[in-house]
Ligand binder design. Sequence first.
Ligand SMILES: *[C@@H]1O[C@H](CO)[C@@H](O)[C@H](O)[C@H]1NC(C)=O
Ligand SMILES: *[C@@H]1O[C@H](CO)[C@@H](O)[C@H](O)[C@H]1NC(C)=O
Ligand SMILES: *[C@@H]1O[C@H](CO)[C@@H](O)[C@H](O)[C@H]1NC(C)=O
Length: 204
Amino acid sequence: MMWKFVVLSLVMSLSSVHCYGSGPPLGRHPEVCRTMKPSHGVDPMDSEPPFLLTTGSICYKPLGLVPVSITNASIFYEGFFVLAKVSEEDNDAYGRFIREDSDKGTVQTQDCFDKVDSGISHSDDPHFFGHNFTWHAPDNFTDAIHFVATIVHETKEYWMNIRSGHLIFDEACDIETMDWPTSSAGKHSFTLLAAILAILSHFM
Ligand SMILES: *[C@@H]1O[C@H](CO)[C@@H](O)[C@H](O)[C@H]1NC(C)=O
Ligand SMILES: *[C@@H]1O[C@H](CO)[C@@H](O)[C@H](O)[C@H]1NC(C)=O
Ligand SMILES: *[C@@H]1O[C@H](CO)[C@@H](O)[C@H](O)[C@H]1NC(C)=O
């Protein structure tokens, strides 16, 4: 009994400073959607970030597709987390992200504020020097938005509040559009299946 407790506390204290190579642990720590702060036991860097968050458009329209990039990485990074925000204080995120096919295995979308794919992050931690992905605008939103990133160079060195320029809503914005996916049932039934398998494997 005592050992179990010791082991559990050890695991817990290790995990509180652990850098999540597999991406921000939003399942267990949904507050990270709000704080965008990794639990790495140190404060973020206050120097100028060595990365830029850029967009392929300065406007968006309903269901528009906007290219978003992490660029100018003058040092490698092992982790990132990006949301589309109206303000940092609104506890919400808008639209959804689509990852590049070539990033399968190292990048994953995240569900923040009960919205499917409303965030995007790493899911493995090789040394990255840039990323491209796509933001898909909602069909009924008109506030100016901007992108906000936390980017982790190494566990003890990370920058927060890296911001893109603002994108204003404009019906005439010259970008492609795409229908909003009708259902995310596939993704959720997969999660459910994974959960059931995890529980079953516990008893075998
Ligand atoms: C980012 O890199 C591009 C291409 O190398 C360069 O033209 C631009 O000035 C850089 N921007 C900043 C802010 O460093
Ligand atoms: C992102 O896209 C630009 C333009 O197509 C390309 O030059 C760049 O290499 C891409 N970056 C990454 C990390 O794939
Ligand atoms: C926008 O659409 C979403 C999804 O269909 C819905 O949940 C939300 O209530 C809508 N918002 C407004 C302001 O109509």
